[in-house]
Design a protein around this ligand. Sequence first.
Ligand SMILES: [Zn+2]
Length: 189
Amino acid sequence: MAAFSSVPPAQGAPLPERASEYLALSFGDAARTAAAAWLGQGTPAARRRHITAAEADAGALAALASHLAGAAVGLRVLLAGTQSQVYRAAAAAKEAGLIEEELSLAVIEEAVIGDSAKHVYCPHCGTTTPSREPIGATPLCGGCRRRLEIYPHFSRRTASYLGFMADAEKPLPPSSSPESASPEPEAVR
Ligand SMILES: [Zn+2]
């Protein structure tokens, strides 16, 4: 798996050298502080910009894309926010042509942000449902109302966790008797 360069959100994360311009995009207050610290370092030769947004929504991602469209070679970008915000923005940035070497990520712990939700993707109806529950929990799908289990698989492309139908048949261990595979009505006497 290709890795983004990740920087700790604390102050002191190094600015990449030899950039023509620095751009930070931050989501929420904690991320804004981290991004401002990142931008505040080093020599003031290169231009610095900071886009702040509350959420990694369509408006924020469009602002990022339009900035990248007009950017010169040598731009270095920092994305700061929760994991899902940062990966959503990273996906948008790569779609706009940014390569991983130009991108730094500062993932702020959700506990620090406080109000951030996971996004659980439903493979049955395609709805993405926000949930504050932990991995392994079973929130209801906002689309089809099936109960989904939050599976520990995070998609960077869609910035969401994969949900499984929680009350569907569970994968059977190999030693299971074959009759559970083809269920027959069972007589209760
Ligand atoms: Zn669904």
